[in-house]
Design a protein. Structure first.
Length: 354
């Protein structure tokens, strides 16, 4: 083997309503990537236990994320769509990665610090180990490319560190199996069992910001519903939220440079560009010099045009939970077969008897 086979993997947590940030930062990219790649998309239900253990509506949430995947255009027959808990190999590899990762690495994770808040002693051990399970999600398929929003960048760097330490620590054991791939890291040749994952973060909206504050990320946990557009919002709600979105008094600039220091304008232009599959420069070439009173109605029309069909299809799918469950079961079965192959190789590399 000379190269890792390209494989796309990503996951979304079944917690709260999906919003435009999840759609533009992740799901829209999932759809585009399936054209030319083998893809695995996962509803990460085990991760959903990390911040809150008991979820009244866990089952509905899992189905709702799955419905969003399908409604957005992911093909579960050509690719794999499943929920994480159906493939116990994720948790098994995460345990091994817990023994690879160093506490110092975990202590640097900004998302843990944010989510744990002031009372860190009360955070769950799962929340602390969250990035280790995330690395296992990806590497249990030896996936190479991971489409995510910018907030996940640090977690993917950790996944690379974990992969590299495993490759180096088990170097002598990987070599004779011939299961690895020769790569160079810096100057050093390494016979790697796990690939160095490539984050796919680029695009005009890698970090969609709150509609109420252009310096804060659009988030499920923001107490103000006006701060985000939910995928389940109807036309009226989308229109109201964009009309009420914070802006500044100036006209739009003609070039992207002019968005510097104007976070709300930058955010709305980025959203427009991502929804229209255009660059920010291209959008500004059209709207430069125009006021928000002209730009916002155009953005409303575009957002409704893109989101309304997804919204309608999600509602239709949610009326047939048996179909959604069947999709997940079928995906789970195929994912399990692939993950078990990796785990058998990992068990052999470590030297477990099987
Ligand atoms: P989650 O469910 O919190 O977010 C799902 C995806 O949405 C992206 N995202 C955003 N992108 C742009 N702007 C925003 N405001 C915004 N908010 C959220 C996130 O970056 C993410 O891509 N840890 C992951 C779930 C996960 C995972 C994985 C991802 C678990 N295992 C393995 C990739 C590979 C997460 O944040 O989910």
């Amino acid at each position: 083997m000379t190269e890792f086979k390209p494989l796309v993997f990503s996951g979304v947590q079944p917690t709260g309503n999906l919003h435009l940030g999840n759609y533009l930062g992740a799901i829209r990219k999932f759809v585009a990537l399936q054209e030319n790649n083998d893809c695995i998309y996962c509803v990460v239900d085990l991760h959903a236990l990390t911040a809150q253990l008991v979820h009244e509506d866990m089952t509905t949430q899992i189905r709702s994320i799955t419905a969003a995947f399908l409604a957005a255009g992911i093909d579960p027959k050509k690719h794999i769509v499943f929920n994480q808990s159906q493939v116990p190999q994720h948790a098994e590899l995460a345990w091994i990665f817990n023994c690879v990762a160093r506490i110092g690495w975990m202590n640097r994770m900004t998302q843990f610090k944010d989510k744990a808040g002031k009372d860190r002693e009360q955070a769950s051990l799962g929340l602390y180990a969250y990035p280790s399970l995330m690395a296992a999600d990806i590497l249990v398929y030896r996936a190479t490319h991971v489409p995510v929003g910018e907030d996940q960048k640090q977690h993917l760097e950790l996944a690379r560190d974990i992969a590299m330490k495993f490759n180096l620590d088990f170097r002598e054991k990987i070599m004779p199996t011939g299961l690895g791939v020769d790569i160079t890291v810096g100057e050093e040749p390494v016979h790697a069992y796990f690939p160095m994952v490539e984050p796919l973060i680029d695009g005009p909206a890698p970090r969609v910001m709150s509609l109420k504050d252009g310096t804060k990320k659009m988030s499920k946990s923001d107490p103000s519903d006006l701060s985000r557009i939910n995928l389940m919002d109807d036309q009226e709600a989308i229109s109201k939220k964009i009309r009420k979105a914070k802006t500044d008094p100036d006209a739009l600039p003609s070039e992207a440079e002019g968005l510097k220091g104007r976070p709300e304008a930058d955010n709305l232009v980025g959203i427009f560009a991502a929804l229209a599959d255009r660059s920010k420069a291209d959008v500004l070439a059209e709207f430069g010099g125009q006021q928000f009173s002209v730009f916002k109605p155009a953005l409303i029309d575009l957002a409704v045009e893109v989101l309304a069909p997804i919204n309608a299809e999600m509602r239709r799918l949610m009326e047939d939970p048996a179909h959604i469950d069947a999709v997940l079961r079928d995906g789970g079965e195929r994912a399990r077969a692939r993950a078990e192959k990796t785990m058998n190789e990992v068990r052999d590399i470590i030297g477990f008897v099987r």
